[in-house]
Design a protein around this ligand. Structure first.
Ligand code: PLP
Length: 387
């Protein structure tokens, strides 16, 4: 399933947007947005086609299809040891919207929310979009220990939320139970909401172990909003589907109201909910094979990157992105991105504030959710260009 002959470049060049195949010049390999180059599991298209053939596309329930809510709740109960109620779970048209709606629900203009640095741009974007201020908490890619004393120093009377991204895109850090307990304890002490984005939580490399912060204890769970999605684990980015999980009724009702689902201004597509439900209920085998492939690709990419003079890449514990320190090359992240695009015909994401925060300068990010052949070709081009 994850062989090179399964990568349909002709289709990807028409369909893969967001900095990928459809948006780059011919001949460029885009290791940019983290979106797999492989077709999704066949059961997903079968389920979509089977529903679509009846030709009824009526409004679905504002809170989401029962099957979707039950599948998500079951996944959290069985895989994450979190007692999730389907009644407090609802689909959203992406994890990105899940982050945004959580910020809109719990932050007001003038409030502060702590975001990690570096971290995916969606956190800063959402916090600022609702008029609040994002306060960066540095977790350097090479940090052996997370400095929780420093985290607590950032908290002011205006702080309302901590945005947890676990596993952490772009560094691939997977937070330990002890670290999550410390973070949760700080949130309880200062009465903060924890936004826990767990979209990457299926992509964990042995021996790292993923813990959902909501599994720790009731007090922490009660202040947590858990967000997940299906773009990373199942390759469904274009279906725009994710889930928001509240852990009490008050939070659920607030989130639903702010989501505008009741008014039908927003809502998750029924076909996308069916796709995600099928992924959870029938496609675990596909995810397991994908993870096996990614484990091999991770070893390959990390070894190859570290064999390039002045490149340093720490193996990610989770996520299928390699975050490489290029500061010894005397090029900035932006200069390296331009150099690799022009000279190697490989597109990467530069460590700019706009993508990951100030803490990403001196780094570039590459997705490795592609075939071994494509990845090797990209790495050889990079090596050759830098020689
Ligand atoms: C940490 C994180 N959250 C959310 C998303 C967005 O997911 P979705 O496609 O469901 O909006 C991404 C995508 O890269 C991500 O890395």
């Amino acid at each position: 399933m994850f062989e090179n002959n399964n990568v349909n470049l002709e289709l990807l060049k028409r369909r893969a947007h967001n900095l990928r195949w459809a948006t780059v010049a011919d001949g460029v390999i885009p290791l940019t947005a983290a979106d797999p180059d492989f077709p999704s599991a066949p059961e997903i298209s079968e389920a979509i086609c089977s529903f679509a053939k009846d030709r009824y596309y009526c409004y679905g329930p504002a809170e989401g299809l029962t099957d979707f809510k039950e599948s998500v709740a079951n996944y959290f109960q069985v895989k994450r040891n979190v007692p999730v109620s389907p009644a407090f779970t609802f689909p959203v048209d992406s994890a990105a919207f899940g982050i945004f709606v959580t910020c809109q629900t719990f932050l007001s203009s003038g409030d502060e929310a702590i975001i990690f640095d570096p971290v995916d741009f969606l956190f800063r974007y959402s916090v600022e979009a609702v008029g609040a201020t994002a306060i960066p908490f540095a977790i350097p890619p090479n940090a052996v220990k997370v400095d929780f004393e420093n985290l607590e120093k950032l908290i002011t009377p205006k702080t309302k939320m901590i945005c947890l991204c676990n596993p952490l895109n772009p560094t691939g850090k997977v937070f330990t139970k002890e670290e999550l307990t410390q973070l949760g304890t700080i949130a309880c002490k200062h009465n903060l909401i924890i936004l826990s984005d767990e979209i990457w939580s299926d992509i964990i490399f042995h021996p790292a172990i993923f813990t959902s912060i909501a599994s720790l204890d009731e007090e922490i769970r009660n202040r947590t909003i858990t967000i997940t999605g299906f773009s990373k684990s199942y390759g469904l980015a274009g279906l725009r589907i994710g889930a928001v999980i509240a852990h009490n009724q008050e939070h659920f009702l607030k989130l639903m109201e702010v989501s505008l689902h009741y008014s039908t201004v927003h809502g998750a597509n029924v076909l996308s909910q069916i796709a995600a439900t099928t992924a959870l209920n029938k496609c675990e085998y596909w995810l397991n094979d994908f993870l096996k492939h990614l484990t091999v690709m991770k070893e390959l990419v990390v070894n190859e990157l570290n064999s390039i003079p002045n490149f340093r890449c720490i193996a990610p514990q989770g996520c299928y992105v390699a975050f490489t320190n290029i500061s010894d090359t005397n090029k900035s992240s932006q200069e390296m991105q331009e150099f690799l695009l022009n000279r190697a015909k490989v597109a990467v994401v530069p460590g700019l504030k706009q993508w990951f925060g100030d803490g990403a300068e001196g780094y570039i990010r590459m997705s490795f959710a592609t075939s071994e052949e494509i990845l090797l070709e990209a790495l050889q081009r990079i090596k050759f260009a830098l020689k």
